[in-house]
Design a protein. Structure first.
Length: 341
């Protein structure tokens, strides 16, 4: 299937995180045909109940091309014009799946073996697929992870640290606030202190950042709030030990519970064979793989600036170029065994 057609077929299957089974079934059939034609092996690898990763391998894989099958909500179907393909997951990461499949065909036609495709579930939420895959490595020495970098090789990506802040209060009539305790006020005070924490910077990765992503609580404007909750996401450029301590102190000072939900460390990577480079602020599955599938490289078609938006799309030329870039990288790594810096 042409990569444009495959991209649209994948987009038109809703695979919001946790609901990946239909796209897994579709890709399993597609990869089974490729495996049968070129003496490969395709298998489902359980990541969670009812949720499978897919592995297609040829020979004894030294290099693995990998990306994720899930998308963020809300789902919307595909369309295209002369230059772009639109739809949920167009660049993050269904166009990348299509490019990797096409690169595999290119490699196989030229007689290249000893590589694999690994497509995982859950990257957009909790990296459940990468966690399961990291526990079952297959000997690959290099991992080419696909995310939208506009076909530039990422030299680094920021880490992530996600927290939930939970405050509890005491209900009362708002005319008599002294009879209650506002969970919202406590939460806002804790948030103000956390937002004032000085975050580190790095000459390569840039500034650490904080986003207060959700904030909710209370029952009515004339009721003192007995509960409130916020979700925070830090993008990190260094180890989070000092930040964790500061968050804990700020939360405790205002009698708020701070629950760490997710952590992935910052990643630094190497250049390869003259490919243009970049540094990205978004998180990926690479820290979760933790080297189990080999030394990581991060590259893919499309722009992260339209991922997760109502205008998500992938440039057709970038998608086509990515096919050759992925095939070239596999050949380079199979031939040299070590990256060229």
């Amino acid at each position: 299937m042409h990569p444009f057609a495959l991209t649209r077929a994948l987009i038109d299957i809703d695979s919001t995180t946790g609901q990946e089974k239909p796209v897994v079934d579709f890709l399993f059939a597609h990869l089974s045909s490729l495996a049968a034609e070129h003496k490969g092996r395709v298998e489902r690898m359980s990541a969670a109940p009812g949720r499978d990763n897919l592995l297609l391998s040829f020979g004894n894989p030294v290099v693995t091309l990998s990306t994720h099958m899930d998308t963020v909500p809300p789902y919307f179907s595909s369309s295209e014009d002369a230059t772009n393909i639109y739809g949920r997951g167009a660049c993050d990461a269904k166009g990348i799946i299509a490019a990797m499949c096409a690169a595999a065909e290119t490699l196989l036609v030229s007689g290249t073996q000893d590589f694999a495709l690994l497509f995982v579930v859950g990257e957009e939420r909790d990296s459940a697929g990468a966690t399961a895959a990291a526990a079952s490595p297959r000997g690959s020495r290099f991992l080419i992870n696909g995310e939208p970098t506009e076909n530039r090789l990422a030299l680094g990506s920021k880490g992530v640290l996600r927290y939930e802040l939970v405050a509890n209060g005491k209900l009362a009539h708002s005319a008599y606030p002294e009879l209650g305790h506002s969970a919202i006020h406590s939460l806002l005070d804790a948030l103000a202190e956390i937002r004032a924490i000085r975050l580190p910077s790095d000459p390569v990765l840039g500034e650490s950042t904080l986003n207060v992503g959700t904030l909710r609580g209370g029952r009515a404007p004339n009721v003192i709030a007995d509960e409130a909750k916020a979700e925070l996401m830090f993008r990190l450029v260094e180890a989070p030990d000092a930040l964790r301590d500061a968050i804990s102190c700020a939360a405790a000072a205002h009698k708020v519970e701070a629950r760490e939900v997710l952590f992935a460390s910052p990643v630094r990577m190497r250049a390869l064979d003259g490919l243009p480079t970049t540094v990205v602020a978004f998180g990926t599955d690479i820290p979760t793989f933790n080297g189990a599938w080999g030394q990581p490289f991060l590259i893919g078609p499309g722009s992260i600036h339209v991922a997760h938006t109502a205008e998500e799309h992938i440039d057709k030329k970038q998608l086509t170029d990515a096919v050759q870039i992925y095939a070239h990288m596999v050949r380079q790594l199979l031939t040299t065994g070590v990256p060229v810096t």
